[in-house]
Design a protein around this ligand. Structure first.
Ligand SMILES: Cc1ncc(COP(=O)(O)O)c(C=O)c1O
Length: 483
């Protein structure tokens, strides 16, 4: 319990004349914070508006005390099955033993962190590992600390390699590439981008429509780069056909356009291949990884480019520093975490596990779709990147419930996913993820260590919940809002 407000009006000198210590929270106090303390600090210092959504879904009642493997454990000892997986950031689940040990040893040996003074053996080794996992001549690596940073690096590199006469960048409808200022220009969410002045060298095309790409390339010789998620995550787990990707590669070669594949969410084994584009037998010019690359313990992002493209952009001593690693790029412990992670990924055959558990999960969800056709509209995805789309029920809800539901938050109107996500957590101890642009879609991105038994646990929870019917689900949710 924090018994004093965590703030000072003006930094007053201490009695001995030095800088006074502000009223700081210690690590042990942070661990012991009550839900009330966390809520207050969240409201006053982090994001008051976001708290509204936490409350709506009942997430504000949960304090996580520890996490291991597929489960979180909350303040009451309740184990919560993690089918959210940090939007794909937890390939190894929580606190994998080998990852913890590698980090602990690194600390005990007092190894160094900063990679921008001397050549770092850890950054060099991680780059070598990433290149070893990457097909073709995707050999050159830039290390950063987030997906947005990796994608910024990817787009900048491609733009430089394309040259000043080809400054335009094609991106897709419903794309999500991050929220930093550069990649926001190719992120297709009005909520995120509407109020900012973004670069206007962009061309938007529908996703998975090869004719649209071809006519853009044909009609505008200034196009030098195309950026696409291989599987759209924020768009609601949307895939294009193998034919699309093969034609895209051919069109890029024909028109001299560089293809940047965003694999931040779908990459690193999640789809059942290291990169999702490997399902289609094609290789992009530039790609990016993040999320699970840090093995759930470190913030690591990477851009990976074909050597020829990289050399064009930054290959000389004059150009080498234009986009060299930032302060935290290639930090020692983060790299060691990622190096151990990649080793575990192959030692434990987690890419194969993703393919196996993923197809089992898809099959079982298809069976639920057949059982509840009025509730489940579609089930789709690849490996352990799965979208579960519910029917829009704004027209089908009984008249008596409509006025109550219409008073709820906009995000919940007509959308079952909010209700179902909230009740899966409240009544069945299961955590799932929502989707940026399609409020009817729940995203399932559990850790790649997920076994069939975890899938069974998830399916039986969902089956029981859907068995209540739409009215039962909505009523259950409304009760939770009152209670
Ligand atoms: C496909 C894709 N690209 C980029 C990003 C941005 O990653 P980050 O949140 O680490 O900046 C995300 C994040 O969800 C993503 O899904």
């Amino acid at each position: 319990m924090l018994d004093r407000p965590n703030r000072i009006a003006v930094a007053a000198p201490s009695l001995d004349g030095g800088v006074a210590r502000p009223d700081l929270v210690t690590v042990e106090q942070a661990k012991a914070m009550s839900i009330g303390d966390i809520t207050t600090a969240f409201k006053e210092h982090l994001n008051p508006g976001q708290l509204h959504f936490m409350k709506l879904l009942g997430f504000h009642k949960v304090k996580i005390e520890s996490a291991e493997g597929m489960f979180y454990t909350d303040q009451n000892g309740r184990k919560i099955l993690d089918f959210f997986g940090g939007f794909g950031s937890l390939a190894f689940g929580h606190n994998h033993r080998r990852i913890l040990e590698a980090r602990q040893k690194f600390q005990d040996e007092k190894r160094h962190e900063i990679a921008i003074a001397f050549m770092s053996q850890y950054a060099a080794a991680l780059a070598k590992n990433i290149a070893a996992c990457s097909p073709g001549d995707l050999d050159m690596v830039f290390l950063g600390s987030s997906g947005s940073e990796a994608m910024e690096a990817a787009v900048k590199l491609a733009e430089r390699a394309a040259g000043p006469k080809r400054p335009k960048v094609v991106y897709a409808e419903n794309s999500f590439h991050g929220k930093t200022k550069g990649v926001l220009a190719i992120t297709d969410g009005q909520l995120y981008r509407a109020d900012f002045k973004l670069t206007d060298n962009t061309v938007r095309v529908p996703f998975a429509d090869i004719d649209a790409v071809e006519s853009a390339f044909k009609s505008d010789p200034e196009i030098g780069v195309i950026v696409l998620e291989t599987i759209q995550g924020g768009g609601g787990i949307i895939q294009a056909s193998a034919e699309y990707w093969q034609k895209l590669r051919a069109l890029c070669d024909k028109y001299g356009v560089l293809w940047v594949a965003d694999e931040v969410q779908c990459g690193y084994g999640r789809s059942g291949r290291f990169y999702a584009f490997e399902h289609y037998g094609v290789v992009p010019d530039v790609t990016a990884l993040a999320k699970s690359l840090g093995a759930g313990k470190a913030a690591v992002g990477a851009m990976i480019a074909r050597r020829e493209v990289y050399m064009k952009a930054y290959g000389t001593s004059k150009t080498a520093m234009i986009h060299a690693m930032a302060t935290f790029g290639g930090m020692g412990e983060a790299c060691v975490t990622a190096i151990e992670g990649i080793n575990v990924l192959y030692d434990e055959h987690l890419i194969d596990r993703a393919a196996d558990s993923g197809s089992y999960l898809l099959d079982r969800l298809q069976a639920l779709k057949a059982k509840y056709p009025k509730i489940i509209k579609d089930v789709r995805g690849q490996g352990l990147m799965i979208g579960l789309e519910f029917q829009d029920f704004s027209q089908t809800l009984p008249m008596v419930l409509r006025p109550v539901v219409s008073m709820l938050d906009d995000k919940l109107k007509g959308s079952l996913s909010g209700f179902i996500g909230a009740l899966l957590l409240r009544d069945y101890d299961v955590l799932v993820a929502f989707t940026e642009y399609n409020r009817n879609v729940i995203r399932l991105e559990p850790p790649l260590i997920c076994e069939r038994a975890h899938v069974d646990q998830f399916i039986s929870a969902l089956d029981e919940l859907l068995g209540r019917g739409i009215v039962g689900i909505v009523k259950g949710f409304l009760e939770s809002q009152i209670g």
